[in-house]
Ligand binder design. Sequence first.
Ligand SMILES: C[S@@+](CC[C@H](N)C(=O)[O-])C[C@H]1O[C@@H](n2cnc3c(N)ncnc32)[C@H](O)[C@@H]1O
Length: 294
Amino acid sequence: MHQTVLLLPAVDHLHVQPGGLYLDATFGAGGHTGEILKRGGRVVALDYDELSVKKGQEKFAREIATDRLRLFTQNFVKLNQVVGSLGDFVGFDGMIFDLGTSTDQLMSAQHGLSVYTNGPLDMRLDKTLGVSAHDLLQALSEKQLIELFDEFGGETESRRIAREIVLERKKRGPEAFATSFELANLVSRVKKNRLGKLHPATKVFQALRIAVNDEIGNLERVLPQIIDALKSGGYLVMIAFHEGEDRPVKKQLRAWADEGLVQLETKKPIMPDEAETTANPRSRSAKMRVARKL
Ligand SMILES: C[S@@+](CC[C@H](N)C(=O)[O-])C[C@H]1O[C@@H](n2cnc3c(N)ncnc32)[C@H](O)[C@@H]1O
């Protein structure tokens, strides 16, 4: 089960007003949404993964029926389009982005994101996307694979892994890397099963997931849309899990602060405390930044 990261600190920083309207751009398992609703806020929530939305529709059936929650299967890059469809929209009182993937998604065989569960090596959470992880492993050159594993995974053995992938593909053709276990096993073999804390293929899987779902591109495209959708005095909460996410967030918040559009509420990012990282090790890399629109 997904455990919401920085649940209370994040929602505290939204300063929820009863009856206020909040955007949860990354609904996931609905942890942040549930807490905003509990504090009397109304929520517009988005997730591009239809399975997360389907589960959310069941979990929050009552709030949806009473129009306290509007939940859409939608990529947050369509933010302008979503607010345009809301009719009486005058701005959000707060917005939260809890980036990346949920533990439920990482563990589900259905998406092919898990190194531990065998399934088709697809990795598309947004089913409108055309290119799967299998397609990428078939199409990218050795050099492109190295760059991908370096940039989005920080994988130290990307050269050897890329070489083996290209060799395997020559041997087996389009059949190669149809499943998550084929890739996980190849990487484990190359890295001689050095297990440490992480499965040897974790970083390669992370890099492919980020590329397939265009996670950084989505973030860079939504950032400029945020400021107009937020009311004056409204709070923006951004939670990033790696440098590739945190860098564009930090840059955008600083640029808005320099233009006098926002006040930064967090000079340094807020990280989960020890109790949280012990209970939920996945929260370790989280960095939360908050700004208030002036
Ligand atoms: C870390 S989880 C969010 C967990 C959620 N805050 C909770 O408490 O359960 C991130 C979620 O955002 C979704 N997501 C990531 N990028 C997205 C995008 N560009 N548009 C819409 N949803 C996105 C993922 O499908 C995933 O469900």
